[in-house]
Design a binder for this molecule. Structure first.
Ligand SMILES: NC(=O)c1ccc[n+]([C@@H]2O[C@H](COP(=O)([O-])OP(=O)(O)OC[C@H]3O[C@@H](n4cnc5c(N)ncnc54)[C@H](O)[C@@H]3O)[C@@H](O)[C@H]2O)c1
Length: 344
């Protein structure tokens, strides 16, 4: 099988690409390098361009008529940016994704796997969510994911397209072989902020300690990106069986199945890195929620998927990646070692 991965120069797309190749699935990458890295994409047949460029899509399918599926990871992903630039997010994540669907359909490629997000769910109380939990996006980014899912569902009902939407929870870690990781040296999520505090000595802020959770801090579900990549390979291998009887898009949660509070994340981080972190307590941020963790029952039933990596391994692989990132990407990374001591 050969698969087109959009956003394959990004964090998740590049990891999925490596896992596919390891599993014997050929990969073609399409990415405009807006946030992605050419270093990740150049290991594969790579087309630098936009998902909405229909001529480029036609060329890709002419060059690779054996592409049997598309994994659509390309997107803008920073929630805060989506609040200040909503139109940009809707254009990129919704309008351009629709153009991509037209292109893959025009080229007779009917298998579509979409990178969705747990951000589409209604704010919870720190509990478990399954695929039928209420949808209530809280940001333009989350809306863009939910809106494209709705469109995809309607398109699947009316055309030859079949689709699986994978709702990721909070991806962490890196390819264990360190072929890729986060393109940015400063990821904006809690683990990224912890690494920033670790390397700069600035205090880590626990934002909100009055949530209705076991210790008052927010709950997240950290899933290792290599586990996520494995789920994509399984979705591709079982695609026809999974989608055979469905009249619409099939939705699958991908999380660790375990909720971790921010305080628990801090303690685990300190244990893995072997150093205490300065922590300050701050007010809730606008738009934050108590969080949630995934029910993975459907992923087990449809994909035979069970996450195998622990949070400790996710933190460790992130640290290993940040330590080599600057050599591989030729730019500045935070100082990170696994010995518990800072470099430099
Ligand atoms: N990282 C997370 O925490 C997370 C959580 C849930 C869901 N997701 C979803 O996973 C997917 C991948 O996220 P990521 O963390 O790898 O982000 P990323 O920014 O590392 O990768 C996105 C890639 O898409 C490319 N891209 C963006 N717009 C494009 C366009 N119009 N044409 C071509 N390429 C384009 C970028 O250059 C980048 O390489 C996204 O769809 C995101 O919404 C991510």
């Amino acid at each position: 099988m050969k698969v087109l991965i959009t956003g394959g120069a990004g964090f998740i797309g590049s990891t999925v690409a490596s896992k596919c190749v390891d599993a014997g699935i050929d990969v073609v990458i399409l990415d405009n390098l807006l946030t992605g890295r050419a270093e990740f994409a150049h290991r594969f047949p790579f087309y630098c361009g936009d998902i909405a460029d229909d001529k480029l899509l036609d060329k890709i399918f002419t060059d690779h008529p054996d592409i049997g599926a598309t994994v659509h990871c390309a997107a803008l992903i920073v929630v805060g940016d989506s609040v200040s630039s909503p139109a940009r997010y809707y254009e990129n994540n919704v309008s351009k994704s629709l153009a991509l669907v037209s292109s893959v359909l025009r080229n007779g490629c009917g298998r579509f796997v979409f990178s969705s997000s747990a951000a589409v769910y209604a704010p919870g109380e720190g509990g478990c969510v399954d695929e039928s939990s209420p949808i209530e996006p809280q940001s333009p980014y989350a809306h863009s994911k939910a809106q494209f899912e709705t469109m995809l569902d309607d398109i699947v009902a009316a055309t030859d397209l079949s689709a699986i939407s994978l709702r990721y929870f909070n991806p962490v870690g890196a390819d264990p072989e360190l072929r890729s990781g986060t393109p940015s040296a400063h990821p904006t999520h809690a683990l990224g902020k912890l690494f920033e505090s670790y390397s700069t000595g600035t205090p880590f802020k626990v934002t909100g300690t009055d949530w209705p959770t076991r210790d008052g801090s927010g709950v997240r579900d950290y899933v290792h990106v290599w586990d996520l990549a494995d789920a994509h390979v399984r979705a591709l291998q079982r695609f026809d069986r999974i989608t055979a009887d469905s009249s619409g898009m099939t939705v699958v949660n991908l999380g660790s199945g375990r909720g971790t509070t921010v305080w628990e994340l801090v303690r685990t981080f300190e244990n893995v890195l072997g150093e205490d972190i300065d922590v300050v307590v701050a007010d809730r941020r606008t738009g934050d929620t108590a969080g949630a963790y995934a029910s993975n029952d459907r992923a087990l039933r449809l994909l035979g998927w069970v996450p195998t990596f622990t949070l400790e391994q996710g933190i460790e692989d992130t640290a290993r990646w940040l330590a080599v990132r600057s050599h591989l990407l030729n730019s500045v990374s935070p100082n990170v070692t696994l010995s518990g001591r800072r470099r430099g």
